[in-house]
Structures are given as structure tokens and as C-alpha cells.
Design a protein around this ligand. Sequence first.
Ligand SMILES: [Zn+2]
Ligand SMILES: [Zn+2]
Length: 288
Amino acid sequence: MAHEKVIWGIPHSGDRIGDLHVHSKWEKGLVKTDGKTPPWLRVEQALDKVHDFLALLDHDNIGPSIEAHEYAYVHGYNKDIEVLLGCAEISCVEESERGRRRDGHILAYGITDNIPFNLPASEVVRAIHRMRGYAVAAHPLCRYAHGVGEKTFLEIATSEDPEINWDGTEGYNGIVRDWKLPLWLYEFKNPNSKMIKLYDRKKDDSQYRFGILTGGSDDHNGDVGRVLTLIPEGMTVFDAFRERARTAIVFTGGRGDYSWASIKVQKEAGKLLVAARSLTGSLQVLLN
Ligand SMILES: [Zn+2]
Ligand SMILES: [Zn+2]
């Protein structure tokens, strides 16, 4: 069954859209993930809300993404939605600018085995690439969400080691917010806004290997699809990483749309879409 895509009330066809950062509830032996919705239910939700592709990235374990992929296949949903296989949000450990140990998160897509957590960020990226997977910096500039931080993010982007670079940069993460900021400061201080600006400034400089720009809801509770990534028609997500496709971020609103806080996010999203429009002509339809 084909699902009609409606974004901001506008029917949309052509480019593919999906959520590249979703968590689930999964348990095996001593391993327990921190989402509230099981993998099979994530697939069911995604059929209506994310349209073309879904990536379950639970912390340090690819098990849920395999289970979701199998569920889609067994029920014939794989024709409607690409459920990415071998995905996890890997925890790494970095020294901060002040010499303290701190955690960072790296999104891995298409890996074939779990990666030990608590390696340095660059070693996690290397391990992902050795499995022919794709490495994306999660909420890179957001400390409270455990981004790797600007220093490590840029070190990996500019590394001369051929195994170390980003295949993608998460420019908009759905749980990164800072409600306390006044609106006029929000644009400059919010880690999503700062990341998008940095990406936009350096993306054409060949010294910086940021990969594609992605967005994901990072949802743990049941609000899948609030932030989506748009990739060109006819490409799988892995094609988009490999070919460094032009992408865009789509913000669809979601829960709590009427709070003051979310008005700020909506406003920011409006700017994001304007910023993202330069990356792909297709987004114009979203702005009409
Ligand atoms: Zn994270
Ligand atoms: Zn996450």
C-alpha cells in the first residue's frame, strides 16, 4: 500500500523522506535499551509517519535494527519502507578541552557487528568504516545530549587518515532544545542552529569531510518522524551516504505543537528549511 506523503499540509512526491534516528525498547540477556516502543511497533508507526525509510539506532546494539528489518520483511512492508539494517548509536569516550573524560555519541548505519563502547571517537569511526558502514556525528555540538563536541567533530572531519571522516552530520536532532534561551538568542546559541551554520559555512571546502546533512527525531517515546531527512528520488539511504547526495532536513511539528517552546522550534524550523533550500531545489514545494 502506497502512503501519500503530506508535509506541512502539502502533498509531496519525488524525493524520499525518513527518520534516521529513532530508539526502541528491546531486551536480550543483560542488554536493555532505553526506548519505550518495541522495534515491531516502530515499523508500524513509521509506515504512516516517516514514509520511505526508518533507522532504529539503539545505544551500542544493532539487535533492534535487525529485528525491525526482519519484521518489515516478514510482513511485506519492505516494499513500502526501507528499514535500515545494522544501525546503532555508539558511545565513545573523548578527552574534553579541559582534559576531562566525556562521552560522545556516533551514529552507525549498515554495520555488521556491535562495536565496543568507550573507544575514542576516531576509533569508532574507523571500526564503522572497516565494516563498510557509515558514520554520522550525532547532535555534534550539543554537550547535554553527549555530542562529541566541536573539537573532536572537526578533528575527524579534517583527518588525513583515509579511514577517518564523517559520512554524515546530524544537523537537526529532535531532542536538542534549549527552552530557557530568549528567542533572539536562540538562533545563535541552539546547538542545532550552530551545527547547521557551521555545516553551511564549510560544506564546499574540500578540507572538511562532513558527509551529508541529516536530521532525526532521536525519539525514545513514540513520536517518530518529527524530524526527517530528505534524499533524492531513486536512492537508498546508503547510496546517499556513498554518493554524498544533496539532502535536506524536514521538520514536521509533532507533539506539543502549541506550547511556547515549540513555537520557538517551529520558527527555527522555518529558518532551517530556508537554509536547507540551498541544498536541494526540491524543498521549495515545502515552503509554498
Ligand atoms: Zn545521542
Ligand atoms: Zn539517540
